[in-house]
Design a protein around this ligand. Structure first.
Ligand SMILES: [Zn+2]
Length: 422
C-alpha cells in the first residue's frame, strides 16, 4: 500500500499451512515480499509493517522482557521483518504492550537493495484493557523515499543486535526448497579447473570458465557493442555506459582482456589516466566534476566507470559513500596520499575503489557479499544526482536507436578533448 508516499505492508490472520481467510502460508509471505519489491528496483524497505502475530524471538537481545499471554509468535513474521526492513512494526494479538529497543536487519545479499534501516517493534495491548496498558500509538514520520540516506543511517544510542537469523529462518520456513542465496563469483576466477583432494576418491571442483571470445568489453570480441564506442586510443577505449545514470556516464576499458586495473600493464594505466584527464576537462565545460569507480568483483574485464556530478554535490560524496558502506556492513578506507592502490590491494583479491573529484580515493577489499550496484546506489541518491529509480542499470537501458543518437552527439561533443586525434 502506498499512502501519500508512505509504504505500508500488512498481513492479517495466523501462520498456517493452507491459505484461507484467517491463515497465511510461506507462499503468501513470499508473495507479500515480491509485491513490495516489484517495479521498485531500488527498494529500500517499508515504513510500517502491520501483522497480527508477533515475530518469534523478538525479545531476544533486548534487556526488556515481556510475558506473552497468547503465545502465537511465528517465524513467518520474523522472516518478513528481515526482508522488508520496516521502520516500525506494529502487532496486536498477544495483548501486551512491549516496545523493543531498535535493531537493524542486515542486508541479505546481491539483489537486496534495502538500506540497513532501524526497525522499531511495538506490541500493543487490547483496546481499553483494564490494566491501562498502552493500546494506541502515535507516529510522526517522513516517508522513507523522501528521507536522506544519511538520516536513515543515523545510529541511535540504544540499538541492539538483530534478534533473527536469516539462514535459519529460510531453512525452517522453506525447508531448503529454495535455491541457496549464497552467491558464487561468476567469471571471477578465470584460471583453469582446480583439482582438490578430499578424503576418498579424487573429486574435481567445478568452476565456471569464462569464454573470452564472448567478452562484452574485449574490442575484438563479437559481443562488444561497437555502436556504444566514443573513441579508441592505443590500448584503451572510451564507451557510453549501457543503461547509464546520466547521458555522459562512460566506461574506460582496456582493448585487450585484463581482469582488473592491478593486473593490466603500465601503458594501459597511463592511457586510462589520459582519458581521465580528458574527461575532467570535458565535464568542466558544464561546471561538472568526475567520479571514477571500479569493482574487481563479478566482472571479468576491467572497466572504469565515470559519472559527472555537480561541484555542490561533490562535497557530500565522501561522507555518503562511507556512510552507505557502513550501512552495507563494510568499511571504505581512505587511501593515504603517499600510498598507491597496488600497495594496499592485490589483483587476485576482489575489491572496489572510487576516486572522488577532490582526488580522494576510497577502497575496500571485498569479503563475502558485495552490493554490485553500490556506487550507483550512492550516486542516484537525493543529495547527489537525485534519481533513485536509476539504481539498476538494467532498468535504464535505452533503445538501440536512442543509444546511437546519443553516441553520435557525444562523439562530437568530446572531439575537442580527444587526445587520440593528436
Ligand atoms: Zn574482455
Amino acid at each position: 500500500m502506498d499512502i501519500k508516499g508512505f509504504r505500508i505492508a500488512y498481513i492479517s490472520g495466523l501462520a498456517g499451512t493452507q491459505s484461507s481467510s484467517y491463515e497465511y502460508t510461506s507462499e503468501d509471505i513470499a508473495e507479500l515480499y515480491s509485491m513490495c519489491v516489484r517495479g521498485n528496483p531500488c527498494f529500500r524497505g517499508v515504513d510500517i509493517l502491520l501483522t497480527s502475530q508477533w515475530p518469534t524471538d523478538i525479545t531476544k537481545n533486548d534487556l526488556k522482557q515481556v510475558s506473552l499471554t497468547v503465545n502465537k509468535t511465528t517465524d513467518f513474521v520474523s522472516w518478513l521483518v528481515m526482508k522488508l526492513k520496516p521502520r516500525y512494526h506494529v502487532c496486536g494479538l498477544e495483548g501486551v504492550y512491549y516496545e523493543r529497543s531498535p535493531f537493524r536487519a542486515p542486508n541479505l545479499g546481491d539483489h537486496d537493495t534495502t538500506l540497513n534501516l532501524v526497525t522499531r517493534f511495538v506490541g500493543l495491548a487490547r483496546v481499553k484493557n483494564p490494566n491501562k496498558e498502552k493500546w494506541v500509538y502515535a507516529l510522526s514520520l517522513t516517508p522513507l523515499n523522501k528521507m536522506k540516506i544519511k538520516d536513515l543511517l543515523q545510529k541511535t544510542t540504544d540499538e541492539t543486535e538483530c534478534p533473527f537469523d536469516f539462514a535459519e529462518l529460510e531453512r525452517k520456513i522453506f525447508n531448503n526448497k529454495r535455491k541457496s542465496v549464497t552467491p558464487c563469483q561468476y567469471f571471477y576466477d578465470t584460471s583453469a579447473t582446480v583439482e582438490t583432494i578430499e578424503s576418498g576418491p579424487r573429486t574435481k571442483k567445478q568452476k565456471i570458465v569464462f569464454d573470452q571470445s564472448k567478452c562484452w568489453f574485449c574490442l575484438a570480441s563479437k559481443s562488444v557493442e561497437k555502436h556504444l564506442i566514443i573513441t579508441v586510443a592505443n590500448s584503451t577505449y572510451l564507451a557510453l555506459a549501457k543503461g547509464g545514470i546520466v547521458d555522459e556516464h562512460f566506461l574506460i576499458c582496456p582493448i585487450q582482456h585484463y581482469q582488473n586495473s592491478l593486473g593490466q600493464p603500465p601503458e594501459v594505466t597511463q592511457e586510462i589516466d589520459k582519458f581521465k584527464e580528458a574527461l575532467r576537462k570535458f565535464y568542466d565545460r558544464n561546471g561538472k566534476v568526475a567520479v571514477f569507480f571500479d569493482r574487481n568483483y563479478k566482472t571479468s574485464h576491467m572497466q572504469l566507470q565515470v559519472v559527472p556530478v555537480s561541484k555542490e554535490a561533490a562535497k557530500e560524496l565522501k561522507e555518503i559513500f562511507i556512510g552507505e558502506a557502513g550501512a552495507h556492513g563494510f568499511t571504505l578506507e581512505v587511501l593515504d596520499s603517499n600510498t598507491r592502490l597496488d600497495q594496499v590491494l592485490q589483483a587476485n583479491v576482489p575489491y572496489f575503489t572510487v576516486e572522488l573529484p577532490d582526488g580522494a580515493v576510497l577502497y575496500t577489499k571485498i569479503k563475502g557479499n558485495f552490493p554490485i550496484n553500490f556506487a550507483r546506489e550512492v550516486l542516484v541518491t537525493g543529495p547527489i544526482l537525485n534519481c533513485p529509480l536509476k539504481s539498476d542499470w538494467r532498468t535504464c537501458i535505452l533503445q538501440k536507436e536512442e543509444e546511437e543518437i546519443l553516441v553520435q552527439r557525444l562523439r562530437t561533443d568530446f572531439e575537442p578533448f580527444d587526445f587520440t586525434n593528436d
